[in-house]
Design a protein around this ligand. Sequence first.
Ligand SMILES: Cc1cc2nc3c(=O)[nH]c(=O)nc-3n(C[C@H](O)[C@H](O)[C@H](O)COP(=O)(O)OP(=O)(O)OC[C@H]3O[C@@H](n4cnc5c(N)ncnc54)[C@H](O)[C@@H]3O)c2cc1C
Length: 423
Amino acid sequence: MGNGAGEPSIEDFEKQATDFLDANAALLEAEQRFVWGEGSDRVVVFEEKDTVAELADLATACEWRRRKFDAGFGWISGPSKYGGRQLPASYERSYLRLEAQYKVPNQNAFTIGLGMVAPTILAHGSDTARDLYLRPMYRGDIVGCQLFSEPGAGSDLASLQTKAERDGDEWVITGQKVWTTGAQYSDIGEVIARTDPTLPKHKGLTGFVVNMRAEGVEVRPLRQMTGGSSFNEVFFNEVRVPDDHRLGDVNSGWNVALTTLMNERAAIGAGGGGGGGVNMYTRVIEMVRHFGLDSDPLVRDELADLLIHHRVAGYNNKRALDKIKAGQLPGPEMSIAKLTGTLNASRLSAFVARVLGPRLVADTGEWGTYAWSALVLGTPGGRIAGGSDEIMRNIVGERVLGLPKDPGIDSKSAFNKLTLPRG
Ligand SMILES: Cc1cc2nc3c(=O)[nH]c(=O)nc-3n(C[C@H](O)[C@H](O)[C@H](O)COP(=O)(O)OP(=O)(O)OC[C@H]3O[C@@H](n4cnc5c(N)ncnc54)[C@H](O)[C@@H]3O)c2cc1C
């Protein structure tokens, strides 16, 4: 029996989901569940494909989302008004568990749009913005990105300088963003801009949904050390945005940014080894077995330690994610989730590097070796994205442990005045 009116029982729901998956995707063979990507053992944190391959993958990913959404599995816990099914979060988890057993297109391109931007539009968007964007985002008709960081504003996000000036029913945005993941294929972006430079820095900001194809938006890809280019510089040159695309009240952008960042930290925490990355651990166990190290007491000891950290973080994340799904604004537990997620990913990455040794960096074609190099090279980025480890520690120290506030940067200190010689 389900709990709410018209709500299917979890058994009936799982039967519907299994029927849908059986009809639309191939069941993975047991050994295929240890691999990421079709027929390869590639393990990635950030995508590293060229643009043509990336766009082809995106089209397949969008097609899968469309099919899933039309069958009622695209936004299982979302409000029915915007195309969701309004079922409890446990149904969403149940579907994801089932889907993981099938060969379906990689959904990474939606992580930012659905994990961060859509929840922010739902929480702070106008009726127009919600009607225009939520359903198409969950249906895979459009993709979203997050444009917060600037060359001079990362950890200290409130120092951002991109400005939005009001012009009648529109805003005119000018400035530069950086590290924008997926901007090259996104249709819309969430921008935080300065709307009142006379107010204290946290208070003069406002959030907007911007059409990434609008006149005046220029996207320039950046190359990362894995060889791919997932990130971009984005220039806004007098880009016009209607006022009904504003997120929240004028000069309340800091709260809007916090909603997005909390969701981002939850997503990174869950994916980076803290909670949802079950397959990564299954793969590492398989890799240890493959090299005959599963009876080595030191390897076993270290592996057990990794799994315990992963399991503990998973319990914390589950509690925090349930809070989000219940419509509550997540708190510092998201910072704990993010921090434990990236620390666990770093532990995993160090373990893999120790077990593989030189096989990690020389591509011999042997199963389960060079494939891990992308994980090892990508993990440090996770420790910075969405708030660095140090910033997460500051938040936990202040808001959970009640330690004195981070003094921040003292603009009058001699250290801050130091300049490096040119040339
Ligand atoms: C993989 C990846 C994806 C990203 N995707 C996006 C995206 O899609 N959209 C977007 O807007 N941005 C994105 N970013 C940018 C990211 O949010 C910033 O890199 C991050 O906030 C840090 O800012 P910064 O790079 O300017 O470093 P800085 O803020 O300059 O920090 C430099 C160092 O100083 C430390 N530090 C700074 N302040 C303090 C303090 N008060 N106490 C202690 N230590 C401190 C930091 O921990 C860090 O080690 C991404 C970054 C990465 C790595």
